[in-house]
Design a protein around this ligand. Structure first.
Ligand SMILES: Nc1ncnc2c1ncn2[C@@H]1O[C@H](COP(=O)(O)OP(=O)(O)O)[C@@H](O)[C@H]1O
Ligand SMILES: [Mg+2]
Length: 223
């Protein structure tokens, strides 16, 4: 089954009066259970592609289907709904809320969904358990290491049981070994729960863990 289908995707930005061609016709199919790395140098379009797949930005041209739903023509409410139902995000800088505990950070998406308290607690603890942090539930981000913070972010992405998790350079702010360990956690979740991961990276060691690698260069996929 295809989970994401991208066709002739083009994205242009204006920087002042200069037109930047960030993506120049990208075709990409992502299948159930994929653990896909998007590799490529800085400026090659990785973040742009992930943001388009995540429906947090709209393409200039081309089509995106998420789970067979064409995102073209959806209202912003419908896009938000699609995102909440099917997509989780992990960021380079973790983006945890500093005043909230690990538990509360992971709980956050469930509060927005108005999930009941008992169910929230169960979901949050399951998500923390799957990243090996069930004993750190009460810790605030500044009481956790970088690798632990990113694992909390993985748990937060996971808690709403999305089909797809998008991770933009999730290991860029971690040392090599910690980064690889974080990727191993993602890989295990991919294998055990079938969650599709699409992550961008520069790191060849991290790429090795992917079951598929797509190389971006100057806004195009290298054949
Ligand atoms: N919001 C924006 N406005 C203008 N140009 C942008 C914007 N976002 C990205 N770009 C440009 O698009 C190209 C691709 O950027 P990006 O997708 O961030 O690449 P990567 O993540 O691979 O480093 C770069 O030339 C970048 O400068
Ligand atoms: Mg980027």
């Amino acid at each position: 089954m295809d989970v994401v289908e991208v066709k002739e995707l083009t994205k242009e930005y204006y920087l002042g009066k200069t037109l930047i061609h960030a993506l120049k016709g990208v075709d990409l199919t992502i299948r159930d259970r994929d653990f896909l790395a998007i590799a490529g140098p800085s400026g090659s379009g990785k973040t742009t592609l992930l943001n388009l797949i995540g429906c947090i930005d709209l393409p200039t041209a081309g089509s995106i289907k998420i789970d067979n739903i064409d995102v073209h023509g959806l209202s912003s409410d419908q896009l938000a709904e699609l995102r909440a139902a099917k997509i989780g995000f992990i960021f380079q800088t973790f983006n945890l809320i500093p005043v909230l505990s690990a538990f509360e950070n992971v709980e956050y998406p469930l509060l927005q969904r108005k999930t009941k308290k008992d169910e929230r607690k169960k979901g949050v603890m399951n998500a923390l358990k799957s990243v090996g942090l069930e004993t750190f539930a009460k810790h605030k981000p500044d009481e956790l290491s970088g690798g632990q913070r990113q694992r909390v972010a993985i748990a937060r992405a996971l808690v709403s049981e999305p089909k797809i998790i998008l991770a933009d350079e999730p290991t860029a702010n971690l040392d090599h070994q910690t980064g690889a360990a974080v990727l191993e956690v993602m890989k295990r979740i991919n294998e055990e729960q079938g969650t599709v991961f699409i992550f961008s990276t520069h790191d060849p060691k991290v790429m090795e863990l992917a079951n598929r690698i797509v190389q971006l260069m100057d806004g195009k996929i290298v054949p």
